[in-house]
Ligand binder design. Structure first.
Ligand code: LLP
Length: 381
């Protein structure tokens, strides 16, 4: 799967994207969503690499953005502004203006003060901004607490008991047009039950809205579909069939209602790996450390969320030994894995950290004055 001879000539660490995997994933997601005419807006936050974005745009997806920078990255990669949605709890005025100037499809708004600002900025431009209300559906996604978003204690969304007040307010904001509701309950969900609960919650909510005479053209269920970090090769392409079937089965869409999703990780996660070289194998008193030339500056997920990425030694076929795998950054949290089995490892071996296509390259930093990693693609390396 990996062109290791080619890797030997490249400066590590770098990201490597398998375009065949990405294209197959895109074919699958568009085919499965297409069965029900669902609209897919790729969550740019997962990976905003220009080539990655361009391939996603070529497959016909829209873009879910959370900042002016992401809107610009999506526009630069050729996404149609009519397929861009803009979410985020703290949209700055310039970011709202960028969305208005480009006539994006929708602002997913999270509070009354935000709605007032979008209204005012739209009025200044003699425009009417399309908005959806991001509702906090109060559903626990049972995922890492840093990436759970749909419970009351989170900063995200409008709480269910405040919806009436927000709708009353909206009636007076004449430069806004309410076109839908938006939800996102968390990320890396592998248990599908929270998605079923979300459908049921939205069904109830629609009944309540009927009583107010409010009917909405668009329902956006956000992202969150998880990937297999343990055994990536067993499920390189996530089971989008199963995922969309859940919504088709459990959500009672009103006639003509358009259904939207914002997958990030499930689209790009498995196509990317962080490729790094072994600098030293250090024998401590109790354990052996593999010291890599990549650290949390290139892939922060293990340090930040205790996330697991499968680690493979691409250079060795020897029997295995037990190692802690660490990076060169001057912090103890710069550790990719503890006490894992790796084929016997030595200085110069090339290592792949798998499933790093989502929230990898995009979350890289320059701490310790390190260089941001390069990216290479399987079809142009
Ligand atoms: N829509 C909204 C409103 C979101 O907040 C997110 C992710 C998505 C869509 C895409 O979710 P996905 O399909 O990728 O799960 N850095 C963390 C993940 C943070 C996710 C934040 N929101 C990680 O590395 O696991």
């Amino acid at each position: 799967m990996f062109p290791i001879e080619k890797f030997k000539n490249l400066q590590t660490p770098f990201y490597y994207y398998d375009t065949t995997v990405l294209k197959k994933t895109l074919q699958t997601v568009t085919a499965e969503a297409g069965k029900y005419d669902y609209h897919i807006h790729y969550a740019v936050k997962a990976n905003a690499n220009h080539r990655v974005l361009s391939l996603i745009r070529e497959a016909g997806l829209g873009a879910d953005c959370v900042s002016g920078g992401e809107i610009q990255a999506a526009l630069d990669a050729g996404f149609l502004s009519s397929k861009i949605v803009f979410a985020g709890v703290g949209k700055a005025d310039w970011e709202i203006n960028l969305g208005l100037d480009n006539d994006i499809f929708c602002f997913n708004a999270e509070s009354i003060p935000e709605l007032e600002v979008i209204n005012e900025l739209a009025a200044q431009k003699n425009k009417v901004a399309r908005v959806a209300l991001r509702i906090n559906p109060e559903i626990d996604a049972h995922t890492h607490h840093y990436i759970t978003t749909g419970t009351q204690e989170n900063k995200f969304g409008i709480n269910l008991d405040q919806l009436d007040k927000v709708l009353d307010k909206l009636a007076n904001l004449l430069s806004l047009k309410l076109i839908g509701l938006h939800f996102h309950i968390g990320s890396q969900l592998t248990d599908m039950n929270p998605f079923i609960k979300l459908c049921e919650r939205v069904n109830e909510l629609q009944k309540q809205l009927d009583k107010r005479g409010v009917s909405l053209e668009n329902i956006n269920f956000g992202g969150g579909f998880g990937i297999d970090y343990e055994q990536p090769d067993d499920r390189l392409i996530p089971d989008f069939k199963k995922y969309f079937e859940i919504f088709h089965t459990h959500f009672s869409a009103r006639s003509g209602q358009q259904i939207h999703f914002e997958p990030g990780r499930s689209v790009v996660g498995q196509c990317g790996s962080l490729i790094t070289k072994v600098l030293y194998v250090k024998e401590g008193s109790f354990k052996k450390f593999v010291v890599l030339d990549a650290g949390f500056t290139e892939l922060i997920r293990p340090a930040l969320y205790d996330a697991h990425h499968k680690i493979e030694n691409l250079s060795s076929e020897e029997s295995t030994a037990i190692y802690d795998v660490v990076g060169p950054i001057c912090e103890s949290s710069d550790c990719f894995a503890k006490a894992i089995e790796l084929n016997k490892t030595q200085r110069g071996d090339i290592i792949a950290l798998r499933s790093a296509g989502a929230y990898g390259e995009i979350m890289a930093s320059q701490y310790n004055c390190r260089k941001l990693p390069e990216a290479y693609f399987s079809d142009s390396i």
